[in-house]
Design a protein around this ligand. Structure first.
Ligand code: TEU
Length: 588
């Protein structure tokens, strides 16, 4: 585990060979959001049968790891991120036998499977919560966060919630249980009550469940909001009166931001180290853990991913996907490429000697990358999609491809509010209307930022439902699929898909891509994103024009002149770096 670090330590004497670095430094992961990937039974919802049918696509792309978003039994309030049984498969998606089949098929193809671990919260329909809610004296009462109303206030009275925290999806983060007069905590939707990780029985149950999946053959976990599992509610402890922590008020709301009390809380490192000991230690075989961590800082990420601490292998950080947010994600600001460059540059530098980055543009929670960071106009869509891919995949870290990104899939042309399905979008619209906001402005923000942009079905071919389903898709297929689809791109060497294949192959073949040091160049330039990667005697220079303005290479980086091209996204590279052109050059 420590091997890749030694590459940067000149004083340790022996320099580790790249072969000693963890396998995932050379790996590329692919995220499947099963609901939208491939339907196999005509109900309009993707399923495991569909994933099994499309494995050739993944093999052809060359990815090493499949991260599967949740397929467990769930009321589907948040499309499976509200789990009611951790050790089964929702009939909507198939059967446990099919999951076993998937594990075997992936392993047979040399790929690994990451399951989505959602253990900050369960569904309110999980038997644990049903039992916890049944009575204040229930044996599982303390598995969740139950609190009485604020001192001196009646249950249900406005503002009587134990803290003023806002939830991510549905107003206050506390919901009253009428029967007991107590509130339960939910940082997300009210159908997603937070587990109480302070209770050792909760931790042991989670560990046992994780071991059960590893014994079945899965290769690791993507851990949902795992930096929120330790909460600081100590305001009530000790004194026995007063109220719990209140967060600073949010603009235009009676609620507050409680994140200081639950992002990277007091025991989070202890909990993850314990999980590592209880679940992963002593297991043979190449495993992988990636923690999803909204709001994580570089300093915290170093701790989480320091191999010596044995917590997780890498984290998903959120800095770059917040650069176009104002007061909230719905307050959309123009993205400045210079800010993006500075942000990535800080993370590269911050995790250079200790820890490891995961690299992503989008996932099932973010708008489509080509629409958000690139230029999805007909003229530049292909060029900007391949430019962004080159930029990301040449960084130091493990890249994650989100389904459809490798095809240049773009945001959906949503119309009115009825076109949206995601609870976050629907609830936001409802709240904004109650607040008297301008519906057109709210819709404009939803069209740009809604998570549904990422959730339209994968575009396999030009047929009516893009080959996704024979039924009616649960969310419409983007009409642009007649032009933008996998079938059309498979035979086209200039396609976005073909470019992704080349990038993934390059990471596998060239140790400098996986392990080389990163140095940012031209930090002040608005439109050109350039850096070097260096390992021993090998140096790659990466130059990407993230704009529509052409630049003369000689004016930017004289060392880029007459240098052999390893990989580019446009044919006939000349003295001018054309709009959205990306080049990987071999300096030495
Ligand atoms: O997301 C956590 C998270 O904080 C965000 O990405 C969230 O979706 C975003 O802030 C909304 O604006 C994870 C899952 O990826 C997401 O799909 C779930 O809805 C959420 O946790 C709750 O499980």
């Amino acid at each position: 585990m420590l091997a890749h670090l030694a590459l940067h330590c000149t004083d340790v004497g022996a320099v580790a060979e790249p072969e000693d670095a963890p396998w995932w430094t050379r790996a590329v992961a692919y995220q499947v959001y099963p609901r939208s990937f491939q339907d196999s039974d005509g109900d309009g919802i993707g399923d495991l049968g569909g994933v099994l049918r499309r494995l050739d696509h993944l093999t052809d792309l060359g990815v090493d790891v499949l991260w599967l978003s949740p397929v467990y039994p769930s009321p589907q309030a948040d499309n499976g991120y509200d789990i009611s049984d951790y050790q089964g498969i929702d009939p909507l998606f198939g059967t446990l036998d099919q999951l076993d089949e998937l594990i075997a098929a992936l392993h047979g193809r040399g790929m690994k499977l990451l399951m989505d671990l959602v253990v900050n919260h369960t569904s309110d329909e999980h038997p644990w919560f049903v039992e916890s809610r049944s009575s204040p004296t229930s044996a599982k009462r303390d598995w969740y966060w139950w609190r009485p109303p604020r001192a001196g206030m009646a249950p249900g009275a406005p503002g009587a919630e134990p803290t003023n925290w806002q939830s991510a999806f549905s107003g206050p983060a506390w919901t009253l249980d009428e029967a007991s007069g107590e509130y339960y905590l939910h940082l997300f939707d009210r159908k997603q009550p937070d587990l109480n990780w302070e209770n050792p029985a909760v931790r042991q149950a989670v560990h046992a469940m994780m071991r059960w999946w590893l014994d079945r053959g899965v290769d690791g976990f993507r851990m949902d909001v795992i930096n929120m599992i330790s909460k600081d509610l100590r305001g009530r402890d000790g004194a026995g009166h007063g109220h719990l922590h209140d967060g600073p008020p949010l603009p235009g709301s009676s609620l507050g931001d409680g994140s200081a009390s639950y992002l990277c809380g007091p025991r989070v490192h202890e909990f993850l180290a314990e999980m590592h000991r209880e679940v992963f230690a002593g297991r043979n075989g190449p495993l992988l853990t990636v923690g999803e961590m909204p709001g994580v800082t570089i300093e915290e990420a170093r701790l989480f991913t320091d191999p010596a601490r044995a917590e997780v292998d890498m984290v998903f950080q959120f800095e770059h996907v917040g650069l176009d947010h104002g007061a909230s994600k719905w307050d959309v600001r123009p993205l400045r490429m210079r800010d993006l460059k500075a942000s990535f540059g800080r993370w590269q530098a911050g995790l250079a000697d200790v820890g490891w980055n995961s690299l992503y543009w989008d996932n099932h929670d973010q708008p489509r990358a080509v629409s958000r960071f690139g230029d999805d106009s007909p003229r530049y869509r292909r060029d900007s999609a391949t430019c962004l891919a080159t930029l990301l995949h040449l960084h130091r870290g493990t890249p994650y491809v989100y389904q459809g990104q490798e095809l240049g899939m773009a945001n959906y042309p949503f119309g009115g509010v009825d076109d949206f399905q995601d609870l976050e979008s629907v609830n936001h619209f409802g709240t904004a209307m109650v607040d008297g906001q301008d519906p057109d402005a709210v819709l404009a923000a939803l069209r740009v930022m809604s998570r549904d942009n990422a959730r339209t079905p994968v575009q396999w071919d030009a047929s009516p439902h893009a080959g996704f389903t024979t039924g009616t898709p649960w969310l419409p297929v983007n009409p642009d699929h007649v032009e933008w689809n996998a079938e059309a791109q498979r035979s086209d060497p200039a396609s976005v898909l073909a470019h992704y294949k080349r990038l993934i192959a390059l990471r596998h073949e060239d140790p400098v891509v996986a392990l080389g040091d990163f140095t940012l160049l031209l930090p002040e330039h608005d439109d050109v994103y350039a850096f070097t990667r260096a390992l021993d005697d090998e140096v790659l220079l990466v130059v990407c024009n993230v704009s529509r303005t052409p630049y003369r290479l000689a004016d930017l980086l004289s060392q880029a002149m007459d240098t052999p091209l390893v990989l580019g996204n446009l044919p006939d590279a000349g003295p001018t770096l054309r709009p959205w052109e990306a080049r990987v050059l071999r300096l030495r």
